[in-house]
Ligand binder design. Structure first.
Ligand code: NDP
Length: 244
């Protein structure tokens, strides 16, 4: 699955799933620019791993929830790479919310980061993406399966899935393929496998365990590769069977 010569952007690449995706794309030969919110140290670790794989690596602070910041980050990344072949929009935030306790601030933070950030990100990247370009959005299984105390976050990921389908149709005539990867429970800071609710979550997973960030990255790398040249508008659940 060689990605030699490809130029990739991964939003939220300073840790977790985004860092694993950035490392794996680089291991396949792509130059990779990541964005991050505030964790410069984590971003530097990812860049070092990209460079260790023999690729060019860059990191830019860009708040996905802020249109001007997101736009600037994607533009800086495109300039550093000298173009974009692969755009992975992974940056996201999650928080429990119940109808009794939620706030407009929590709603805005999740929708601004997880939904508006992706719209601004793709709009900004689009002039740099040509025929054969790949756009991969990181959604979540919560778009397909209900979880209590999760209404706002689930709403953001339902939107990601729907936007992915619409964008796939809009960009098909330009030869740009758009797909959504929906992780299930994956062991990261957002959802640690030894966290408060981990046992309850694991009990719902047919494979009986959390996923590893690398297992989500495997799906993204495939969709970014030539092997996925006839796949667009699809949603790939990488979830240990939780949505079955
Ligand atoms: P983490 O919390 O471990 O990492 C989040 C990453 O996104 C970090 O790199 C963080 O940067 C970045 N980020 C967060 N907010 C912003 C922002 N406003 N602007 C730019 N970057 C931002 O999360 P995961 O790796 O677990 O999640 C990655 C994606 O996968 C998210 O979209 C999430 O919703 C999705 N997902 C995760 C699941 C899981 O179980 N872990 C399950 C299903 C979906 P920084 O380090 O600077 O804070």
């Amino acid at each position: 699955m060689s990605l030699k010569g490809k130029k990739a952007i991964v939003t939220g690449g300073s840790r977790g799933i985004g860092a694993a995706i950035a490392r794996q794309l680089a291991a396949e030969g792509a130059d990779v620019a990541i964005t991050y919110a505030g964790n410069r140290e984590g971003a530097e670790v990812t860049v070092a791993a990209i460079e260790k794989a023999g690729a060019r690596g860059f990191a830019f602070q860009a708040d996905a929830a802020n249109s001007a910041s997101q736009q600037a980050g994607i533009e800086q990344a495109a300039a550093a790479l000298g173009g974009i072949d692969i755009l992975v929009q992974n940056a996201g935030v999650a928080a429990f919310s119940t109808l009794d306790t939620d706030t407009d601030d929590a709603f805005d933070r999740m929708f601004d980061t997880n939904v508006k950030g992706l719209n601004v990100g793709l709009r900004t990247a689009l002039p740099h993406l040509g025929e054969g370009g790949r756009v991969i959005l990181i959604g979540s299984v919560v778009a397909d399966k209900g979880f209590a105390a999760n209404g706002i976050y689930s709403g953001t990921k339902g939107a990601v899935k729907a936007m992915g389908r619409a964008w796939a149709l809009e960009l098909a005539p330009r030869g740009i393929l758009v797909n959504v990867v929906q992780p299930g429970a994956t062991d990261t800071d957002m959802n640690p496998a030894d966290g408060e609710f981990a046992r309850q979550v694991t009990s719902m997973v047919p494979l009986g365990r959390y996923g590893r960030p690398e297992e989500i990255a495997n799906a993204v790398t495939f969709l970014a590769s030539d092997k996925a040249s006839y796949i667009t508008g699809t949603t790939l659940n990488v979830d240990g069977g939780v949505t079955v």
